[in-house]
Design a protein. Structure first.
Length: 152
């Protein structure tokens, strides 16, 4: 069991390690996002207070687009998710840089729209790295480390 926890923890750390951005810079840059978005863990812990205009960004990394329960997404983002769009660093950075252009390309449609009108010209990789440190994988990393520390 101990070996399995070590393997699981390594896999989760490896995911975060592949982010090219700087999480500390991303935390500062997230100020631009928090007027519309919050980060609230599944257990209700508030990581970053923010608006409810946009969906909760807890667990956005690796999540299928348009799938936060209880949030009313635009039809084009839902369609992109249904077509297989999963948020990774590349897709997150491209979407936040120009949401409408991104959805037009994803859906191969000149009429695609996004409810997100803000364009993040720079810092998307940093924000993504920050979100990786504040999501289920990071929480599982902490739990695995805690479990390892208590079993020794």
């Amino acid at each position: 069991m101990k070996h399995l926890l070590t393997i699981a923890a390594f896999g989760l750390f490896a995911t975060a390690a592949f982010a090219e951005g700087d999480a500390a810079k991303g935390e500062k840059a997230f100020r631009k996002c928090k007027s519309c978005h919050m980060i609230v863990a599944d257990n209700g812990d508030v990581i970053k207070k923010g608006g409810k205009i946009g969906p909760n960004l807890w667990g956005v990394a690796g999540r299928t687009a348009g799938t936060v329960e209880g949030y009313k997404y635009g039809r084009d983002l839902i369609a992109a998710g249904a077509a297989g769009l999963v948020w990774d660093e590349e897709t997150f950075v491209a979407y936040t840089a120009d949401p409408r252009k991104f959805l037009k390309e994803q859906l191969n449609s000149t009429k695609a729209k996004s409810k997100m009108s803000f364009k993040l010209k720079k810092g998307g990789q940093d924000i993504y790295a920050y979100l990786l440190t504040n999501g289920p994988a990071a929480a599982a990393d902490d739990a695995a480390i805690d479990a390892g520390a208590t079993s020794n």
